[in-house]
Each structure stands twice: as C-alpha cells, then as structure tokens.
Design a protein around this ligand. Structure first.
Ligand code: GUN
Length: 279
C-alpha cells in the first residue's frame, strides 16, 4: 500500500494552528472578518459556501454571508464589492464562482481590492506570485504544497508534471512548484504524448477534470500523485481524475478522493484570511 496523503488530517492541523493564532490576535484586539458573496443558488456552490462559513466559525473568523438572487446585475454586485472594499472591518472578500452567465467573473475579480483578495484570483495576486513577491496565493495549489511539505515529500530538484493549465489550479500550481525548486512541466489538452510526459514525473499533479482518467500507464514507478479532481459517479460516489485502484500499487504516495486535496482548499482560505488581517 502506498503512503496515503491525508488531507483531512493536515487541513485539521492547519485549522488548529490558525485557531490559536486567531485567538492570540483577538487578545491583541485584532478581529478577522471574511465576506462571502454567492449569487444564485447553485447547490454545489451552496455546499462550498456553507463549508467556508463553518470553517470560519471553527477558526474564530467572523463571516458575513451575502446571498444574492440569480437576477442580481453586474452593477449591483460591483457596488457590493466596492462597499466591502471600503469597509475597514472586512479583511477578506470572496465571490463564489461560477457566477450567472450575465455577470463577467473577470470584471468582478478585478474589482476586489488586492489587499482583500483571499482567493488569490486578482491579476495583481497572480502577478506577484509570478515574480516572487508576497501576495495571496490561490487556495487549492497552496494546499497541495502544504500536503507535500507536511507529508515529508521533497520538491527541490524533482521532476514535477502538472496536468491542467487553469488560472485557479494549473498555472499557480506550476509556479509554486517552481518556487520550491522543482523542475516543472505543464501539460494540457493539446499536449502530445501525455502518457510519456506524465511518466517523467516524480511528482504528478492532476487537474484535468475527467473522472478516473489517469491510469498506471501514465505513472512512473514510485511517483507521488496528487489528485485535484472531484467528480460524482452514477452511484453518487466521489472520485478523482486518477483511477486510484489502478495506480495504487505503482505509486509511493497518493492523495485519496475524498479526503486529499479537497479539505486543503478551505484550510488555505482560512490561512489567507489570517494573513489579510495581519497585513
Ligand atoms: N468555486 C469553486 N472553487 C472556488 C474557489 O476556490 N473560490 C471561489 N471564489 N469560487 C470557487
């Protein structure tokens, strides 16, 4: 059996560390507040938003929930973001994605003050990450780095292959691995010979968005595999982008789905909120 990288345990550790930090900040008169905005009532988004509120309560961060109707205009949403930007009590602003089709998410993301951009999606946050300046880092890839570090997996000098090039996961993931001195390849839907490219990896991060796509013929012996995917199959069971049963005897370590990367996203959001307050 490979080493199971336990995201549930590691995220709980991080939240407990943050809880203590938040209490110390409170003792010094600093309180932390996250504003969470949801437009419409996409059921998956409602679950995510609820989990974010619960994590805030656990860590000791105040959360303000704005549940806006589906027909909210872009202007109304921007007005709310601008009001929250100007509110000194609010340290972090999160607009849950996806937004309804009539709202341009890029415009909304750019409207959030970079000082309150706890999702790390603002172009200034992305730019800072690229040039190695302090700034907010997208929570899921930041969580993957914590999973690796806290599981004793060295990144420096390793061949790292990231499958996926989204702004939220693949791109920031590749830059973070580079920052940790990995040798990084980014593969994507137009990559030729994906199997050969993936097989180079000592550390393979998969964010391809296709259930159980990665089988043992994409994997080098003893590789570390991080599965960012999350899908529900016909029996309502969760699975990732990696076919866990098929690869488990070949890898040295792997994240399960559920209980791998998933819980880390919220832990890192809490981390970003604490950083926003300290700044
Ligand atoms: N929708 C799915 N994941 C995320 C996330 O990390 N942040 C936001 N704002 N929306 C999401």
């Amino acid at each position: 059996m490979p080493q199971l990288i336990d995201g549930k345990k590691i995220s709980a550790e991080i939240k407990d560390e943050l809880k203590e930090k938040v209490q110390n900040l409170k003792d010094d008169g600093v309180s932390i507040c996250l504003a969470v905005i949801q437009v419409g009532n996409d059921p998956a988004s409602s679950i995510y938003v609820n989990n974010k509120k619960k994590a805030c309560a656990y860590v000791g961060i105040e959360s303000l929930a704005y549940e806006l109707p589906e027909e909210t205009t872009q202007r109304e949403l921007l007005d709310l973001v601008e009001k929250l930007n100007a509110d000194d009590r609010v340290n972090g602003i999160l607009v849950q994605l996806p937004l309804p089709g009539h709202i341009d998410a890029d415009v909304v993301i750019r409207a959030i003050s970079p000082d309150k951009d706890v999702d790390g999606f603002h172009p200034e946050s992305m730019g800072r990450l690229c040039i190695g300046e302090e700034g907010f880092v997208s929570c899921t890839p930041a969580g993957v780095i914590q999973l690796l570090k806290r599981s004793g997996i060295e990144i420096a000098g390793k061949e790292c292959v990231v499958i996926g090039r989204s702004n939220i996961v693949g791109k920031p993931m590749s830059i973070l691995l580079l920052r940790e001195n990995g040798t990084v390849t980014v593969a994507h839907s137009r990559t030729r010979n994906l199997k050969e490219v993936a097989k180079r990896a000592d550390i393979l991060v998969v964010a391809i968005g296709k259930p159980k796509y990665i089988t043992s013929d994409y994997i080098k012996d003893r590789a570390v595999v991080i599965d960012v995917g999350m899908h529900r199959n016909a029996e309502n069971k969760l699975c990732g982008d990696v076919d866990f049963e098929n690869v488990k005897d070949k890898v040295s370590a792997i994240t399960p789905v559920p209980g791998g990367v998933g819980p880390m996203t919220i832990a890192m959001l809490m981390y970003n909120c604490v950083r926003a307050a300290i700044k």
